[in-house]
Design a protein around this ligand. Structure first.
Ligand SMILES: Cc1cc2nc3c(=O)[nH]c(=O)nc-3n(C[C@H](O)[C@H](O)[C@H](O)COP(=O)(O)OP(=O)(O)OC[C@H]3O[C@@H](n4cnc5c(N)ncnc54)[C@H](O)[C@@H]3O)c2cc1C
Length: 389
């Protein structure tokens, strides 16, 4: 499906920028396009859904703090408002020689500059899933609320008057926040309790955070009755059971998969350089190594010789650099380097009007932390609100 006033392949233009995936970084370019577009150039966005979602507020949706619509960015409206076109189709590859994006259902789309920003997916490497097991992947996030509702409804109908047993696999920030917020979702939606456990392969949940923040979160997990299994790697998932590498078995009706981020499989099929997790390898200008004019941003790109976590904070900060470097590529001027910040403020939603966080080595928690998180998140979303016409 194409949204926009002109047919993308016929319209005259001298140059075309294609944004593949409209996440944190590419969305900045789309927003800037509405303020200051480049002359004789068109902008085309390619997405797998007509809406994008903001992950930072997803746990808040589960906790009932926001409606599902609060985390959605209306790409059809935003593209229209900002003078860009939107193609919602499945991409099957990139023809690097012809510099075009290929689709399952439509003709190839030539580009002069391409920015790949299709995010990441939780790893399932080495895990066997029984076909009937109720496993929910966090991605695509656009459909998570519906999938969660349907799956939990089906399970709740089979277990009347029994608590729902939910296992969350992955003890990073996403898994921990989802675990803390999900109990409220179950109580509110199904008027029943959920027995939630968190399974993490590493020795401690929340790798990369300070001990202070980890202790605060662990206290909250204990207080909420969430059983945490650390040092246990899930190797197979069957109906009602998860099997771990140490022989331990966990009972669960539903499994939410939030394990570490890897590159979506298509990234390894493009003929572009990738690193061991399947993300595109870039230099510090966000250009894919050896492929000028092809950029990889946000989670989809990994800058050579850096060890940044895959986090929205970095993806957002890359936005202005990408905007600048797209212009530089098209005009043949020299590009800016993206220098990742050493640390950033981390805020984790407890789901009950409180949050915990850390900044420059200091950890904190309370209602004011939730207030701060809510303020930052809602301010971010306001930038992408489509104006009423
Ligand atoms: C539950 C959760 C909570 C999180 N909370 C935080 C937080 O509080 N702070 C933080 O810094 N980070 C957080 N993260 C991490 C953060 O979400 C990512 O680092 C961030 O989304 C990366 O941005 P991105 O633009 O690379 O990808 P995304 O934001 O994932 O955007 C990618 C876009 O591309 C689209 N897409 C995907 N595949 C295709 C395809 N094949 N074709 C076309 N389009 C495609 C997707 O629909 C999506 O709209 C969280 C992650 C999760 C899962």
């Amino acid at each position: 499906m194409t949204y926009g006033t002109d047919s993308v392949n016929e319209r005259f233009r001298s140059q075309r920028i294609v944004l593949w995936g409209v996440g944190h970084t590419n969305a900045h370019v789309l927003r800037m396009w509405g303020l200051q577009r480049f002359s004789d150039t068109e902008l085309v966005c390619v997405s797998n859904f007509p809406k994008a979602t903001y992950s930072g507020m997803l746990p808040g949706v589960l906790a009932g703090q926001y409606p599902a619509s609060a985390i959605e960015i209306d790409l059809v409206g935003l593209c229209q408002q900002n003078g860009a076109q939107l193609i919602v189709e499945e991409v099957t590859g990139v023809n690097l020689a012809e510099r075009s994006l290929q689709f399952r259902e439509r003709p190839p789309l030539p580009f002069d500059a391409l920015s790949v920003g299709i995010g990441s997916v939780p790893t399932t490497s080495g895990v066997l899933f029984a076909p009937q097991a109720q496993v929910l992947q966090l991605k695509p996030m656009q459909t998570l609320s519906t999938r969660l509702q349907q799956t939990l409804s089906a399970v709740a109908a089979n277990r009347p008057a029994s608590p729902l047993r939910i296992a969350i696999v992955g003890g990073g920030a996403a898994g921990v926040e989802v675990a803390l917020c999900l109990r409220r979702y179950v109580k509110k939606t199904f008027e029943t309790f959920a027995e939630v456990c968190l399974v993490h392969a590493g020795e401690e949940v929340l790798p990369g955070v300070t001990t202070g923040l980890r202790q605060r979160v662990q206290r909250e997990l204990d207080r909420s009755g969430i059983l945490v299994h650390t040092g246990r790697r899930v190797v197979s998932v069957e109906v009602e059971y998860l099997h771990c590498d140490d022989g331990y078995t966990i009972e669960a009706d539903v499994v939410l998969w939030a394990a570490g981020a890897v590159g979506p499989s298509i990234l390894s099929q493009l003929g572009l350089p990738t690193e061991e997790r399947g993300f595109l390898q870039t230099d510090s200008t966000l250009s894919v190594c050896g492929h000028p004019g092809v950029f990889a941003v946000g989670d989809s790109g990994t800058i050579q010789n850096t060890t940044m976590a895959k986090a929205g904070v970095y993806a957002v900060r890359e936005g202005p650099v990408l905007w600048n470097n797209l212009f530089c590529h098209l005009t043949g001027t020299s590009m800016r380097r993206y220098v990742p910040q050493h640390s950033f403020m981390k805020l984790l939603n407890f789901g009950d009007g409180r949050a915990a966080g850390e900044w420059r080595g200091f950890s904190f928690e309370g209602k004011w932390v939730w207030w701060l998180k809510n303020w930052i998140d809602t301010a971010f979303m306001k930038k992408f609100r489509v104006a009423d016409t």
